[in-house]
Ligand binder design. Structure first.
Ligand SMILES: [Zn+2]
Ligand SMILES: [Zn+2]
Length: 404
């Protein structure tokens, strides 16, 4: 006998458990890439409409929102789920594996979506006694880090005066039956960097007649390492990675230009501003010292996800009631990114990770891997958690859970 999953699941969640799993498997079989989630979006829209939600579609191409006003006055709460899959050929031999060649739900967005859509059903059923308004945002293209901004640009939150927001994401780095939370910065901001160093090309044997952008670039890449070691406060975190480098055509020709791209990740918006300014100074100064010029382009893909401390405390409490306090773990700060950050900039939010790795010793793939597979026990826990934090935000508690 291996370890057993221990979680207390309430009767309303137990009652929808099978449908929740069936919905997740259906979404898993029909994965769609970012901004192409046509089937997924229409399934969500149809279900929300059937449940009595006011539905908006076509937000950021394929995003959907649903709004449900409860029978009693209360706050507006925003829930966000992402709906896109990844360009991978699924390597997991389950009956519900992807039916679309080369596309796979390898990050668990099928599960996240199924959890929110099933919660939508519970809120609709309890509508008369629901205090306040639920706004559900089903976001496309999270993996491209473009969907949230696109939805918001299309007015997804116009007229939505939400005071709290939540999102649930699976976490295959932790066993099912654990919940991982962090107050404050959770993920890093992500910028795409593009730098072009321009000198003057010439004969490889006569470097004194040229201005060599390759040597300038070598100095620059080395100098950029000091952005983290010398300019980032030790208690904060940043990453600078130069990841592509293009230059030259032959062994005996000094090229005119070197092009590089890379990424900057920062734990705080303020740090990002400072490091971008330093990046400009360093690139321009280093290039100039070697007789070249540097041009820097940077594009913010997403800010850092910053969890609201009060909502995180509330979520911690609710999670402890479901999986037990020792199973609620503090998340280490991540250098990955999630564009839910754009929503959290508008509404104080809490991004919650539910463990989804199997505990029977079966190997599970990491996120973004063709062998990504989950323990479906995570679905009921994610749903219980989502319903719980909403109830707690409303100042009520859910019916006493009983052991699963
Ligand atoms: Zn992902
Ligand atoms: Zn994801």
């Amino acid at each position: 006998m291996g370890p057993e999953l221990v979680a207390t699941i309430s009767p309303p969640v137990s009652a929808v458990r099978e449908r929740l799993s069936a919905l997740r498997r259906d979404l898993h079989q029909h994965p769609e890439l970012g901004f192409q989630e046509v089937r997924t979006a229409s399934l969500i829209a149809a279900r929300l409409a059937e449940l009595g939600y006011t539905v908006r579609t076509g937000l950021g191409k394929t995003g959907v929102t649903g709004r449900l006003a409860g029978g009693r006055p209360g706050p507006t709460i925003l829930i966000r789920s992402e709906i896109d899959a990844l360009p991978l050929q699924e390597a997991v031999a389950v009956p519900w594996r992807s039916r679309t060649p080369g596309v796979m739900h390898a990050c668990g967005h099928d599960a996240n979506t199924a959890i929110v859509l099933t919660a939508a059903e519970v809120w609709a059923r309890e509508r008369a006694s629901l205090p306040g308004t639920m706004v559900l945002a089903f976001q496309p293209a999270e993996e491209l880090l473009e969907g949230a901004a696109a939805m918001l640009a299309d007015g997804a939150l116009d007229g939505v005066d939400a005071t709290a927001a939540f999102a649930v994401h699976l976490n295959n780095e932790a066993p099912v039956g654990t919940v991982t939370l962090r107050s404050g910065p959770v993920t890093a901001s992500a910028d795409r960097l593009a730098i072009v160093v321009t000198g003057q090309g010439g004969h490889g044997a006569f470097p004194h007649l040229a201005r060599d952008p390759i040597v300038a670039t070598a100095h620059l890449i080395t100098a950029l390492q000091t952005l983290v070691s010398r300019e980032t406060p030790p208690a904060h975190s940043a990453v600078v990675s130069i990841t592509t480098l293009k230059a030259g055509t032959a062994f005996n020709i000094i090229p005119d230009t070197v092009e590089m791209t890379g990424t900057l990740r920062c734990s705080h918006g303020e740090l990002r501003e400072r490091l971008l300014a330093s990046l400009h100074r360093m690139a321009e100064g280093t290039a100039a010292a070697l007789g070249c010029q540097a041009r820097i382009d940077h594009r913010l893909l997403t800010p850092a996800v910053v969890n609201d401390p009060a909502l995180t405390r509330l979520a911690w409490d609710v999670a402890a009631g479901i999986v037990g306090d020792p199973q609620v773990v503090e998340l280490e700060r991540q250098t990955g990114a999630d564009d839910v950050a754009f929503f959290w900039e508008r509404v104080p939010g809490c991004y919650m990770l539910v463990g989804s790795a199997k505990i029977d010793g079966t190997p599970v793939g990491q996120h973004h891997n063709a062998s990504f597979d989950i323990d479906e026990g995570t679905l009921a826990i994610g749903l219980e958690l989502l319903l719980g934090v909403v109830a707690r935000t409303h100042g009520t508690t859910r019916a006493a859970p009983r052991p699963a």
